[in-house]
Design a protein around this ligand. Sequence first.
Ligand code: FAD
Length: 317
Amino acid sequence: DARSVGIVGAGMAGLACATRLAEAGIAVTLFDKGRGPGGRMATRRAEIAGEMLHFDHGAQYFTARDEDFKRQVLAWEKAGYAARWPAAGDEAWVGIPAMNAPIKAMAKAVEVHWATRIDPVEWEGDEWIIRSDTAEHRFTDLVVAIPAEQAAVLLADAEPDFAVEAGSVRSAPCWAVMAAFAKPLAFSRDALKGNEQQPVSWAVRNSAKPGRDAMESWVIHASPHRSREVLDLPKEAVAKLLLADFFAQAQIDPVEPEHLAAHRWLYAMAEPVSGAASRRWEAKRLGVCGDWLVAPRVEGAWLSGRHAAERIIAAAR
Ligand code: FAD
């Protein structure tokens, strides 16, 4: 069975799928529009006075409850890519030295084309043709491992029924603010959790995570409601507004940051759909995976990606 699998999206779902396929001896190639590994577990770098800072501006931590995923996380811990982070709870983990470490490690073991946006994908004859601006690739199997709204657009012509299902998914946006300060803030805890009515849903002292930079740094996530209110404002303005929200919510006096930036995640958190952990159309050898098919978390993405791989392995037998 000479299968070759092309995967669009090298986030946790796409890479979990690729890792399992590679273990089973199936040829796999990934494509990601991002310049480097991370997806929504990305790490943003910033240089301040000659010092390089690293912000976990997507997922701040992840939990492991499924037995298979727990085994995977323990393997990352052993290899030095992840560590527990009790500030966010007993089951919480972070990547080491940055959130994207597990993704980076997984991506090293397979072939990934970064900075390559795929559009369109076409099922022609008996194979998939996937195109980027610069190249065309052919595979026997295609796996789409991107957020639901983007999958709906990518598969609109190739699999219209699926595009309708994926297009009905609604993801909440999240504005993330990255701030660094000359001195530690007068806030005694390393994490601030807001309720649904408050503007900040999560703020963490990034520099307090294991293996991080020395300079005091924070990542502030706005709630879905607050993120929507400021959705289309310029990022400089959003950064200032949300930093002020944070100081008010933390009940500390405002401090002028040494560095301040904001990033808008349009599809941060999907409302998961029910059904199987990944989708498959055997006649077209098409698979779809992503966090939105299980739960809007790192663990959900991993489980969905593994599920998609197992279905290909079963079909290849
Ligand atoms: P992604 O990580 O989004 O990967 C999809 C990849 O596809 C991306 O790398 C993208 O560049 C690429 N792509 C998209 N379209 C194309 C295209 N046409 N061509 C090529 N490449 C393409 N999870 C937790 O467990 N705990 C948390 O506390 C938590 N907090 C979060 C906070 C924020 C702000 C965000 C954004 C996410 C958070 N998450 C959290 C969710 C977690 O990050 C995601 O569930 C998980 O990383 C999703 O993985 P994925 O592979 O499904 O998708």
